[in-house]
Design a protein around this ligand. Sequence first.
Ligand SMILES: NC(=O)c1ccc[n+]([C@@H]2O[C@H](COP(=O)([O-])OP(=O)(O)OC[C@H]3O[C@@H](n4cnc5c(N)ncnc54)[C@H](OP(=O)(O)O)[C@@H]3O)[C@@H](O)[C@H]2O)c1
Length: 355
Amino acid sequence: MKYTRIIVTHYGGPDALRAVEDECPEPRRGEVRVRVLAAGVSLPDVMAREGVHPETPRLPFTPGWDLVGVVDRLGEGVSGMEPGQIVAGMPISGAYAEFVCMRQRELVPVPSGLDPAEAVSLILNYITAYQMMHRFAKVRSGQRVLIHGASGGVGTALLQLGRLAELEMYGTCSPRGASAVSDLGGIPIDYHHQDFVKEILRLTTDGVDAVFDPIDGSHMWHSREALRPGGRVVAYGNTTSLRGEGLASDRPGRRNRLHGIPIFALYIAGGWLLPGRKRIIPYSIQWLKRMRPALFRQDLITLLDLLQQQKIKPIIAERFPLAQARQAQELLGQGGVIGKIVLVPTASLPESKAA
Ligand SMILES: NC(=O)c1ccc[n+]([C@@H]2O[C@H](COP(=O)([O-])OP(=O)(O)OC[C@H]3O[C@@H](n4cnc5c(N)ncnc54)[C@H](OP(=O)(O)O)[C@@H]3O)[C@@H](O)[C@H]2O)c1
């Protein structure tokens, strides 16, 4: 049987993405083959395509951090899972495909009746948001937080979870994202035209208890100035490592998995050495999952439960058919996307969108 997957042929712009047909993979011992119903499109995918994410695989590779799908075939030695069951997983790469084989222990059952696109948004974005908020910043009701990139995938997840935790929230965004941020309970700060530290100090007098910062090293250092004594910056990304030029095609890139990391480490050390009890803590979903897989599982189950109870509602910016992965990444690279972009099977889209 043939299947379609997307591959990155070279490090660089969106033209590096190509749809190919291959023999469908067979699950090995302990593995399950999953027919993908939804694959998330995220900035880490774009960064891996550009070669600048720490998890960038060697070429050629299939991108895609997270997926929700139907169990299609069981490998030898798999028990306690049935064909037809809906599952979620985070392979880190490989999800832009019609079928993916993953180890059974990496998959979490998804309650029936959930929209696969909403469920897939929980994996990378909401687990990141939940773990940063509750396991790293350890927020308490009534505390103040600043969320950078508040209208993006992780940002909107932080706002929804922050509202549930009864936090006072401020969020940096472009002017076009401001209404989404206020609808989710945050006070928008326009990062293009305002200095967010001055604005936070004007609005709060003494700063915030936590900042969630995915931008880059010098930015998180600036974020530290918005903290109250005893506060924490949770640093979780390097968004500016993506090159300008609208992430255009026809540019050669190279694999540089350490891009920006030494400077990142320097700022984190500085946060610990300087007086003022204002710490910078790095967060990485993949490292926490590798070191404490049970936490990843537990937090995903908690989030699926919150989704089923309709206490959270992921914002789906757009659904694209798998074959349009390039257009999906181009859209994300242009900026201004509110929420999450998701790849879905062509058959699940209305005719106008599938064409
Ligand atoms: N460490 C981890 O475990 C982990 C896990 C998941 C994601 N991440 C990181 O999180 C970041 C966000 O990922 P995502 O998928 O949520 O991306 P996204 O949906 O594209 O959101 C990024 C947001 O950042 C905004 N932005 C860009 N520059 C900014 C600035 N200088 N100040 C404030 N906001 C700015 C963008 O707003 P406009 O487009 O409107 O300008 C956009 O809303 C990426 O760096 C990713 O690598 C890390």
